[in-house]
Design a binder for this molecule. Sequence first.
Ligand SMILES: Cc1cn([C@H]2C[C@H](O)[C@@H](COP(=O)(O)OP(=O)(O)OP(=O)(O)O)O2)c(=O)[nH]c1=O
Length: 184
Amino acid sequence: MIILASNSPRRQELLKRVVPDFTVMPAAVDERALPILPPRAYVQRLAAAKCGAVAREHPGATVIAADTMVAFNGELLGKPQTAEAATAMLTALGGQTHQVHTGLCVYWPDKTMRQTVVTTEVTFWPLTATEIADYVATGEPLDKAGGYGIQGQGSLLVKAIAGDFYNVVGLPISTLARVLAAKQ
Ligand SMILES: Cc1cn([C@H]2C[C@H](O)[C@@H](COP(=O)(O)OP(=O)(O)OP(=O)(O)O)O2)c(=O)[nH]c1=O
């Protein structure tokens, strides 16, 4: 049995491209409980925490988990809790380049695990206050790290990316496919 330890509808959608049949079991992990670490270590630690929490409940399953954060100017941007927080994030990211890090973790029933972090650079166009307000008003920013969804209306903010697009959405599927294939 393969389990995706995630609430994210995007991750569920993307995983279908790699694994036809899987079960979704969100991991109850308090993301605020972890010490602040450098960005790549932070998402790796969070992905492992989600993976481990579900693997302990389902020892016979292969468990996949991920965590995505936006890093900019030495800060880690998670999901904005309010429209104001989303506006502040997007104002900071406008006209700049930031990194999107997704930590990926896979646990197998034989107790082996693989962890990796994939990073994509994303450059935004310069953004006016009106563009930001209009985007925040769509509601799209509120459940997404960094306050935007590159797969949705947020695509209109993006000038360029360097690296894996799906990693920004929340699951680096080409990397995951190779991690799973290497275990065959
Ligand atoms: C940057 C970016 C993030 N996101 C989403 C992916 C994740 O759902 C979310 C990052 O928050 P996460 O905490 O990584 O994931 P989650 O809380 O949504 O789900 P779970 O922890 O149960 O796996 O941001 C997009 O959908 N598009 C984007 O462009």
